[in-house]
Design a protein around this ligand. Sequence first.
Ligand code: UDX
Length: 432
Amino acid sequence: MNIAVIGTGFVGVVSAAVYASFGNKVSGIDIDEKKVAALKKGLVPFYEPQLQDLLNQEQKSGRLTFTTQFSEGCSDADIILICVGTPSKATGEVDLQYVFSAADMLAPHLKKDAIVVVKSTVPPGTLDAVSERIQNHTATPFSVASVPEFLREGTAVHDTLHPDRVVIGSDDPAAVETLKKLHEPLEAPIVVVKPESAQMAKYAANAYLATRITFINHIADLCEHTSADVEEVIEGIGLDARIGSHYWYPGLGYGGSCFPKDVNELAHFSETVHEAPNIFTALRDWNDDRIPEKIKDFGHFVDGWKNKKIAVLGLSFKPNTNDMRVAPSLHVIPSLLEQGATVVGYDPKAVAEAQHILKSHPELKLTQSLQEACTGADVIMVLIEWPEIVNHDYSLYAKDSTQYFIDTRNQFSQNQVEKWGFVYRGIGRHGE
Ligand code: UDX
C-alpha cells in the first residue's frame, strides 16, 4: 500500500518506519523544513532507542522517504495518517489547530477513495470535524477513521511492533477492511469500534494508568505515617489477578507528553459537560501539587536546602528518551535553586535539551558526567531511573559529613545506600 504520514514527531516517525518495514511505500510529511532535512539525511531529530537503525534500514530500501510537500506525499497515498501534535490550551482544552491544518492541506491532493486516519489523540467528535474540513476543499470521495496510538516513548519501536491491541474506529466497512490488512503483520488483536469510542478509549487508557500511579502514590504517602513499606504492599496486592503487579511504581507523579495533557483534557471536558468535580479533576490537581509537596517534605529530611549542593540525576521525563515535556526536573530544579541550593544536573541524553529549556537559570550547572555531578554533593537526588544511574556505585562519593540520598523512584536498596555512607529516603518506604 502507499501511505502518507503527516507529522514527524514520535508517533509519526515511528509509525512511518514500522509501516515501511511491512513492505509499504511510505512518505513522511512535515511542514518543518529543518526536521525533514535531518530525516532525509537519515537523522532522527530526537533520541529513541532502535529508531535510528530502523529508519536507516527503511530509507535504504527505498520504501521510506520524507518531504515538506503535501502534493508529493499525498497524491498517490491509499492511506493518510495524521500524526500531528494536539497540545492543551492554558484552559486544559485540547488545541486541534494542527489536526485541522493537516486536514486542510492534504485535502486538495487526495487520491480517490483514500482513507484519512487520525492517529493524534483527539476528543470524540473530532473525526466528523476533520471530514467536514476535507470536504470543504475537495469533491474527491474519501473515508475517515480513528486509530489511536498507544506507544510509550523510550520503547516506541517495540510498542509499535508488538501492540497489545489495535483499535480501529470507523463507520465505513471498506475502510475497516483496508486498515485491518495494514495492521495484519502485527498479529495483534484488532478491536473495531465507532470513531468516538476509539477516541475515548485513548483518553480512558491514559487516564486509567494515571489513576493507578496516583493511587499507589497516595498509598505510599500513607505508608510514610506507618511502618508499612509500599514496595511490600505492591507485592501483597500484585498477585491478585484483578489487580496485577505492573505499572505501580510510586514517585513524584506522572509526567511526559501524554498523561498530564490527556488527564487535563478529560478534566476540562468534564467541567464543560457539568460532570465535575470527578476523578479526572481530582487527578489533575493532585498531580500538579505533588512535586511542591514532596520538595517541601524532602527539604525537612535534609534539614533545609539552603547552601547545599544537590546532584539531580535524570532530567528527561523517563528513561531512554531526551524528551523533557512535564519532566520532574523542570519543577524540582527551579524550586531547589530558589531555596538557595546549588544544583548540578546530570542526564545521559537530555543535557542539551535541558540547557535550552532551563536557560533562564544560569546558576544551574549541567554535566554529562555522572561522577562530576555527584562529587562533593550533600544530597544525591535520583529523579529518573536511567539504567546508568541505577547501576552506578555511589560509594565513591561518601564524605565525612552527613549526606543524603533521595530515591524518588524506589530503585535502590536502603541497606546498600546506607553501606555507601548516605542517609536514605525513598517514597513510602520503611525497608529492610
Ligand atoms: C504513555 C502511555 O503509556 C502510552 O500508552 C501513551 O501512548 C502515551 O503516554 P509515555 O508517556 O511515553 O506513555 O510513558 P509511560 O511509561 O507510560 O510513563 C508516563 C509517566 O508515568 C512517566 O512520568 C512515568 O515516570 C510515570 N509512571 C509510569 C509512574 O510514575 N509509575 C509507573 O508505574 C509508571
